[in-house]
Design a protein around this ligand. Sequence first.
Ligand SMILES: *[C@@H]1O[C@H](CO)[C@@H](O)[C@H](O)[C@H]1NC(C)=O
Length: 180
Amino acid sequence: MAGCSRTASASVLLLFFLFGFSAAKELLVGGKINAWKIPSSEADSLNQWAEKSRFKVGDHLVWKYDGGKDSVLQVNKEDYANCNTSKPIEEYNDGNTKVKLDRPGPFYFISGAKGHCEKGQKLIVVVMSPKQRYTGVSPAPSPAELEEGPAAAPTSAVSVLQSGLVPALGLLAICVGFLI
Ligand SMILES: *[C@@H]1O[C@H](CO)[C@@H](O)[C@H](O)[C@H]1NC(C)=O
């Protein structure tokens, strides 16, 4: 029975690692340097990029742009829709802006450069609620995700853990069978 409880706790630990812990990533907005600009077409827009990406609580968005010419404004939904740059929630113009996605839900960003937002330089990022991670739906990692040293490593650890999940759950089921 001791063996069984050990297996059970190992399985719980495994589930915790799979679902509770998931590596935070840094996502380069637009997938490349200097993507923070007026899009040349609808297909080139940052929202097209955002729709293909996956954002989790704890991830960071990173913008690389010329801080002398442009800025990143985090705004509310209304100011996003109206391209109103007068009262942003946050304003960044350092050319290397990093914003932590610290809650689920939508984040709205517009360019602070005059007339740019109206021409489509804007971005909505919708961060998944932690619950959504439990569905097990896991799209292929986006190429836009920055493969940065230590941040990238835990991803492969997760796939290693995933391969161990089925046998572990099997053992757990056997243990539960014994207990009943
Ligand atoms: C922009 O927002 C400010 C403050 O929220 C508001 O006073 C102003 O009327 C808005 N401007 C436009 C053009 O919507």
